[in-house]
Design a protein around this ligand. Sequence first.
Ligand SMILES: *Cc1c(COP(=O)(O)O)cnc(C)c1O
Length: 381
Amino acid sequence: MGSRHGFETRAIHAGQGPDAATGAVVVPIYQTSTYKQDGVGGLRGGYEYSRSANPTRTALEQCLAALEGGRHGLAFASGLAAETALIQAVCGPGDHVVIPNDAYGGTFRLFARVLERWGLNFTPVWLGDLDQVRAAIRPQTRLVWCETPTNPLLGIADIAALAGLAHEHDALLAVDNTFATPYLQQPLALGADVVVHSTTKYVGGHSDVVGGALVVSDQALAEVLTFHQNALGGVPGPFDSWLVLRGAKTLGVRMDRHCANAERIVDLLVGHPGVDLVLYPGLPDSPGYEVATKQMSGYGGMVSFTVRGGEPAALRVCERTELFTLGESLGGVESLIEHPGRMTHASAAGSPLEVSGDLVRLSVGIETVDDLVEDLRQALD
Ligand SMILES: *Cc1c(COP(=O)(O)O)cnc(C)c1O
């Protein structure tokens, strides 16, 4: 399944030829931990033990690689398991990483509360300001960590510029592409070395599975990551792999609807008397608009805004919606609303990731958009 095929074709076919044994059109759930050997070391199809490799997982890994325009995909049990394997594979004690000062909370916690104890240093900076990034890079910097759009403020970082800067200093650029998805943004083509995913979100797309992935093109990097995937062991089971793969098939059509619905929600919010500031990279006066327009083919389904009347008013909006379900996570078919200050970012109080109490974050789903607009309108009244 080559890159000459379109995105939706790759989503449905890459890694997913008919099953060799039965002709099953859908990749089976190979619910097995081990494989019969034809004589000692005589592996049929290369499978030995399902931590190392499993056919359902292989199908998912090939599909994700094809979607990101990369050569090698690696699936993990969660986004954080993918991040852990990547960082352990390319960094060691005394090394240094530049991370966004509005990184995903779990990523920040991994650096601050786990990896720092193992001698890994990190500096949080605002990735939108390349001078800050340049100033933070040291001779020991192995990795520049990028998220764009960011969570929950939907800031935009320039992937191509960051890749240039990282490579000037012999560091790798990792891009967490969870919010944009490969449908809207292709970091490897922009110069990134590794793409990171929480497939829990848009790739899975149905809020029914937790998963993660890495995609790379470089062969040597793929080998060291594959070694760490197996050595650390944070792999997804066959059924979870199958669920993520099933989600990936419809990623393109879902993203089109997420983007279109988000734009209608933004239209409602902009100029609404109950709303102060709308954060969405597709707004022409938003600080990330130009870079987002250059590197993304759509602005995504995440929308954040601040509510007039501060935290009490923001909490009230979150508790008054009916279709927008109050809950954490994002990227599923159903619309979600949350209060970052009290929910996803509550533990960030006092850290660089702290957010204001008047902020509300929406993950705009793919329901009938008029219903979503009406739901939010009544919650804001
Ligand atoms: C959810 C998320 C993660 C972590 O992924 P898990 O699957 O929850 O471990 C990492 N980055 C971003 C941007 C996320 O939204």
